[in-house]
Design a protein around this ligand. Structure first.
Ligand code: ZN
Length: 247
């Protein structure tokens, strides 16, 4: 690890008061959650259709049972635990240094680590909503059902509160994400190659002091960054000392 660069990140964190973290799949893969977009993803093995098709609104409407087989097997991972990145970000929020986490992940690991202001661009597997009465069910409940899950209260069909392909992002989450990024003094982008919509677009709203990119591979935005660390986000964040809580 390039400790000189980690030291530069530490200095930026020490100087910042409104940190926003923008995270992608890489934050979760270090907790053992596979990225279905990556080449080595294991998603193709047991399914005839690609994950992008199964995770589309059309497929959900036409083949809900098959959708739910994939959802239970591949999208819900109840054994995953927060890693050093999740934990350090939660500590930064508790110390009053971090405003918000904007994430493309749907696994709820930031909340499990203790983070409170988490903006989930693509929703969460921990919320599954009855389309008839609006009752909300957690991921454990879905795992205990078979086939197409129906609401305990009214019998309506339950749909994950996850943004499927062909569906638009929540306006509310998007607006709050833009507002957080626009008011940040330090934006740390981690575990994303910034190719998934709307990641790259959101970064344009940042007007703070420093943009830091932490990713194993190079991204298209590297040239824009004030600091670029090519390493695993968990390993990098583990090195960071959380500044003391401000009065
Ligand atoms: Zn219901």
């Amino acid at each position: 690890m390039d400790m000189e660069k980690v030291q530069q990140l530490q200095q930026k964190i020490n100087a910042a008061h409104r940190i926003v973290f923008f995270g992608g799949a890489g934050v979760s893969t270090e907790s053992g959650i596979p990225d279905f977009r990556s080449q080595d993803g294991l998603y193709h093995q047991q399914y005839d259709v690609p994950p992008e098709t199964i995770l589309s609104r059309t497929y959900f409407d036409r083949h809900p049972a098959e959708f739910y087989r994939f959802y239970r097997n591949k999208m819900i991972c109840l054994t995953a635990k927060p890693n050093a990145a999740h934990k350090k970000l939660a500590e930064l929020e508790q110390a009053g240094r971090l405003l918000a986490i904007v994430t493309q992940n749907i696994d709820g690991l930031h909340q499990m680590a203790g983070s409170r202001n988490v903006l989930e661009l693509h929703g969460s597997v921990h919320r599954n909503i009855c389309r008839s009465c609006g009752a909300v069910y957690d991921a454990e409940w879905v795992m205990m059902t078979n086939g197409i899950p129906h609401c305990d209260k009214c019998g309506g069909m339950v749909k994950p509160d996850v943004v499927l392909y062909e569906e638009s992002l929540s306006e509310d989450v998007l607006t709050r994400s833009i507002s957080a990024i626009a008011s940040a003094d330090l934006l740390i982008v981690g575990g994303t190659s910034l190719v998934v919509y709307p990641a790259a677009g959101l970064l344009r709203y940042f007007q703070g002091d420093s943009l830091v990119l932490i990713n194993r591979d190079a991204t298209q935005m590297d040239k824009m960054a004030d600091l670029c660390i090519r390493d695993a986000i968990g390993a990098v964040m583990e090195q960071i000392q959380v500044p003391e809580k401000e009065a």
